[in-house]
Ligand binder design. Structure first.
Ligand SMILES: [Zn+2]
Length: 427
């Protein structure tokens, strides 16, 4: 049986690429083993990554799992909006057409401008205050005043062409999904190591993603973990045509951030950047299962904790996602909102572990609210133990791939044991 042909026929009219398989193996059912073909494919457009299992005898598809970890950063009522056709928007055309070639490149230090963690938090403002709105991606004096100059660690310099690009040991800017900005695929190659811009320039989102992902990875290594997503993560800062969401592509291990016409670009918000990176960290520890409500909720909770912890290295903030979420209900609070979250959850139908009795919409609400409880809990632990110790314990715990709240709690205690030899007093 030609499984590839079955797949191509099934997705007729779309572009299909095989990432893994088809491979033959036995799948454990309730009462028996079934011989199946398994393959992982990439489909475009729209962009999807799927794991598909076929009955090896009949060739029928018996299971298909979406491997894209989608994250919502918009107002809940809006997040199911149809993807609109991309409106014409002035493109920032690079002055060069040449990416720095890895063959000729060396790593050098560059400079750039970023928000830390977002313009609302650093200025003590609310979304909607004068100058603090998206306003179709335009600059305002208030937003420009919240830019910080930073060193871009280890960007590439091509010593043949003389161009610099945002490709480094821990993050590579690239283009994965539309819209295809010329700069994305060229990693914003330019003839100077200075990538400083204001937020209206599309280079800004690329610099934000490059800087903060690199910094998060270096922090992880400083805690003694040298093998959690330590290769260069491919990141598309301008993707998901006109939606202000983001997703982590778990099969190909890449991240894309939404580029919205009517909202803040996702990678203008440090916490949204690091939230997606959190999913990548978790997945890297061993095919973290995202498919059921429990593990997906825990994954969202970890990602929010990781993003909040990073943000608090700049400001003592209770929130993540303030700028990308436009201070909406999806601005998820980490310390004070736990009671409100529990109250909200109580209004929803009784939670069932397989989640199948809920529509997709409701499942999406739930993973974030459930996740908030987990993120709040970890953040409260961090208030007592401090950021370094808690980050270290939480990272160690996710290496155990716990899938339920109970197993996560046990994994945290076991991590304390591993790192501090069973004595929390020594933390
Ligand atoms: Zn997420």
């Amino acid at each position: 049986m030609d499984i590839r042909k079955v797949v191509f026929d099934y997705y007729k009219g779309k572009s299909v690429q095989f990432l893994k398989g088809p491979n033959l193996f036995y799948m454990k059912g309730k009462t028996q083993l079934t011989l199946v073909f398994r393959c992982v494919i990439q489909i475009s457009l729209p962009y999807e990554e799927m794991e598909i299992l076929f009955d090896a005898e009949s060739g029928k598809i018996i299971q298909s799992n979406n491997l894209v970890v989608g994250c919502s950063f918009s107002v809940y009522g809006e997040h199911n909006q149809k993807i609109k056709e991309m409106k014409t928007r002035e493109l920032y055309v690079q002055r060069t057409g040449k990416i720095a070639s890895p063959l000729n490149s060396v790593f050098v230090q560059g400079t750039g401008t970023v928000f830390k963690p977002d313009p609302l938090t650093s200025s003590g403002s609310q979304y909607g205050d004068t100058g603090f709105t998206d306003n179709n991606d335009q600059d305002s004096p208030q937003l420009t005043a919240q830019l910080f100059e930073v060193t871009l660690d280890s960007i590439s310099y091509d010593n043949v062409t003389g161009y610099y690009s945002l490709v480094g040991p821990y993050c590579s800017i690239t283009s994965i999904e539309p819209p295809y900005y010329p700069g994305d695929s060229l990693a914003y190659a330019r003839d100077t190591s200075d990538f400083s811009t204001t937020r209206s320039d599309s280079t800004f989102e690329a610099v934000m993603a490059y800087y903060h992902i690199t910094k998060s990875q270096k922090w992880i290594q400083s805690l003694g973990f040298y093998s959690i997503q330590n290769a260069s993560m491919q990141v598309d800062p301008h993707a998901l045509n006109d939606t202000n969401n983001a997703h982590y592509l778990s099969a190909s291990n890449r991240i894309v951030y939404g580029y919205a016409n009517d909202a803040v670009d996702i990678s203008e918000d440090t916490t949204a950047i690091i939230h997606e990176y959190g999913h990548a960290l978790q997945n890297y520890t061993g095919n973290y299962p995202f498919e059921d409500l429990n593990s997906w909720s825990l994954s969202e909770g970890f990602a929010d904790y990781w993003a909040g912890s990073y943000a608090r290295s700049y400001f003592d903030t209770d929130s993540v996602n303030r700028w990308a979420g436009r201070e909406s209900i999806t601005t998820r609070f980490k310390r004070t909102i736990i009671d409100d979250t529990l109250t909200y959850l109580a209004t929803l139908p009784y939670y069932k572990s397989n989640g199948s009795s809920y529509g997709k919409e409701e499942t999406v609400y739930r993973v974030y609210y459930n996740g908030t409880i987990w993120a709040c809990t970890l953040t409260q632990i961090a208030e007592i133990l401090g950021r370094s110790s808690t980050d270290k314990i939480v990272l160690e715990s996710i290496l155990q791939v716990p899938e339920t709240v109970e197993l996560n709690a046990i994994a945290l205690l076991s991590a304390v044991n591993t790192i501090y030899h069973g004595s929390p007093d020594s933390i």
